[in-house]
Design a binder for this molecule. Structure first.
Ligand code: FAD
Length: 321
């Protein structure tokens, strides 16, 4: 494939990532009377009950879930409180369904949805909201992982992680292999008890901070994974990439890791057969399950990653799916 073949998909990816942050389009699309089935492949539904139901179904097939209440870039303190309360309700419902014991089903948080961007006090607001969620997670016997957003938030998110880990050392972090800094962050976080989800990264980032070339991002992923697998922490291998999944298995074996000392993670609706295959061969597999009506940014990033997802989405919209 030459550069001319690559160009359209690169431009499309960049364009979709820019659109993923477009508030006008978000408002129009999220409120449009689009059939739920358009987003259903990637999103569990609007309600807590639907999220719990999907987690239960996954549990029945030997897969755990980490559940994300959709929302990001909150500019309203009341919305941040609403998001915190949604997580508290969700954790209680998961506990009542018997799904949380031993960290079976956990939750993933976006700090920007909990208030991180709310001016000078934003970090403190996000920290307090995250604290409230971690306390409930501790009460019901499960864990919390902090999603990682664009690079302007990385230091703040890792700072909040450190604060939370003083009380709840099991709080997980996400690191993104497209950032130049991530190898060092992996070294810093590869210690005992540290849960680190390694992904490639999904935001539009400048050349000053991130690899732009896919093969460089992949190579960085392998370097980071080597550090995490050789370390004393608990790596969470978040990728659908068959090569990286295979490399993770090889690295786990060469570091003498037991199957319960790391896990594979994939997104709801992406490579479900592979998720089931890994679980059937005794690997720990966790599926990231988003729910809620603020699906726009999440779905646009999935479209940017894979043109066939975009075709699926447009076809479903055209037929009111
Ligand atoms: C559990 C989880 C949590 C995440 N959390 C974050 C986060 O906090 N912050 C963040 O920035 N990003 C996050 N991401 C997204 C991540 O950064 C990537 O954008 C996303 O996972 C796509 O990268 P990939 O590793 O799957 O590889 P890609 O480069 O997208 O795909 C590599 C290969 O995987 C296969 N593949 C991918 N999609 C499909 C498909 N639909 N069907 C069949 N094969 C497919 C193909 O062979 C493809 O060539 C998360 C991802 C996961 C899985």
């Amino acid at each position: 494939m030459d550069a001319a073949d690559l160009a359209p998909s690169v431009w499309m990816k960049q364009g979709l990532l820019v659109l993923s942050r477009n508030h006008q389009l978000r408002d129009v699309l999220e409120k449009a009377p689009v059939s739920r089935s358009v987003v259903r492949r990637f999103v569990a539904g609007d309600s807590t009950e639907q999220a719990v139901e999907v987690a239960r179904e996954l549990d029945g097939t030997g897969r755990w879930a980490t559940i994300d209440f959709l929302g990001e870039d909150t500019v309203d303190p009341a919305q941040a409180t609403y998001t915190r309360d949604a997580y508290v309700t969700l954790l209680s419902a998961l506990s009542e369904a018997g799904l949380t014991e031993g960290g079976g089903v956990e939750v993933s948080l976006k700090l920007s949805a909990l208030g991180q961007a709310l001016g000078a006090d934003g970090e403190q607001i996000a920290l307090e909201n995250a604290r409230a969620i971690c306390q409930v997670a501790a009460n019901v016997g499960t864990t919390v992982t902090l999603d990682m957003e664009d690079h302007t938030t990385t230091d703040s998110t890792l700072g909040i992680l450190r604060e939370l880990r003083q009380d709840w050392p099991w709080v997980g972090a996400v690191l993104q292999s497209y950032l130049y800094r991530t190898e060092q962050d992996c070294r810093d976080l590869a210690h005992e008890g540290s849960r680190v989800r390694l992904c490639k990264g999904t935001y539009k980032e400048p050349e000053s901070v991130a690899y732009q070339d896919k093969s460089e991002v992949d190579k960085s992923y392998v370097r980071c994974l080597k550090i995490l697998m050789a370390g004393d922490g608990y790596p969470m291998v978040a990728s659908h990439d068959p090569r990286l999944v295979e490399i993770a298995g090889v690295l786990a074996a060469s570091n003498g890791r037991a199957a319960d000392s790391f896990e594979y993670q994939m997104l709801l609706g992406i490579r479900p057969d592979e998720q089931r295959r890994l679980a059937a061969q005794g690997e720990q597999v966790r599926v990231y399950v988003p729910y809620g009506d603020e699906w726009y940014g999440y779905l646009m990033r999935r479209m940017a990653e894979r043109p066939s997802n975009l075709r699926f989405f447009l076809r479903a919209l055209a037929t009111k799916g």
